[in-house]
Design a protein around this ligand. Structure first.
Ligand code: ADP
Ligand code: MG
Length: 250
């Protein structure tokens, strides 16, 4: 479902991603950990083409991200085609960015009705189902400001799912939450993983990584330092940098 082949990304003269390669099978969960500034967010942003890669290739479900190949040459996609490609990839950020002046259900039906041109009744019935899945059926008519951070994040997950993505990207989805609200969000993500969704998750929730992830990647300085079965990486890290990082988390 995801193939990254030596992905490089620079901002000006600063090289942030120095050849990231990884593969995620359909239905797998890959967790990415690593120190602040190691390029985790940049990598996720490249996957849905919010950032353009400078070298290397990214494929999602067999589609080359951001470029078209013609006669052995690569051509940048039009913004319209890139937007179309992005529709199949859901993203959940640390800050949920819900529309403050719309109700929960209006937030969830916004993209399906405006972008996918679904009719409102159909979008609403799917939104109701999704809100139930994230445990917020009774909050459909509330406004974001009336919800806790954890509830808002669960709405953000429902909103991403409303577009029926093939792949979900999570960038530290629980980092901004009060500790007692983290569990409900992780619970929703756990169920989503169990339902077969392919997920790339940047997180420092090691319990989640250990129990839910199929692969754990440790990034530092724009490279993948270590990757493997999360239980093995966490119990028996091979690299000094991984050991140091993990010891600071505990
Ligand atoms: P992480 O998510 O692992 O904390 P980021 O991917 O956010 O790391 O950032 C990696 C590096 O790239 C940082 O040094 C950051 O300052 C830099 N960076 C990220 N986005 C930009 C940008 N738009 N312009 C310039 N530098 C950036
Ligand atoms: Mg980040």
């Amino acid at each position: 479902m995801v193939l990254a082949d030596r992905v490089c990304k620079s901002f000006g003269t600063t090289q942030v991603l120095k050849g990231i390669s990884l593969e995620v099978e359909r239905g797998e969960v890959l967790c990415i950990i690593g120190p602040s500034g190691s390029g985790k967010s940049t990598f996720l942003r490249c996957v849905n083409h919010l950032e353009e890669v400078n070298a290397g290739r990214l494929y999602v479900d067999g589609d080359l991200i951001g470029y078209r190949e013609r006669g052995g040459k690569l051509y940048e996609m039009s913004p319209k085609d890139a937007a179309k490609q992005r529709r199949d990839i859901g993203m959940v950020f640390q800050h949920f960015n819900l529309f403050p002046h719309r109700t929960v259900i209006e937030n969830v039906i916004e993209a399906p009705t405006q972008v996918k041109r679904k009719n409102k009744a159909e979008a609403t019935s799917r939104a109701e189902y999704l809100l139930e899945r994230v445990g917020l059926a009774d909050k459909a008519q509330s406004y974001p400001s009336q919800l806790s951070g954890g509830q808002q994040q669960r709405v953000a997950i429902a909103r991403a799912l409303a577009m029926e993505p093939k792949l979900m990207l999570f960038d530290e989805p629980t980092s901004a939450l009060d500790p007692e609200l983290v569990g409900d969000v992780l619970g929703v993500m756990r169920e989503l993983a169990a339902s077969g969704m392919t997920m790339l998750v940047v997180t420092h929730e090691m319990g989640f990584a250990r129990e839910v992830a199929d692969q754990l990647v440790f990034m530092d300085g724009g490279v993948v330092v270590e990757q493997g079965d999360p239980r093995e990486v966490l119990a028996n890290p091979q690299h000094e940098r991984t050991k140091t990082f993990l010891s600071k988390l505990l």
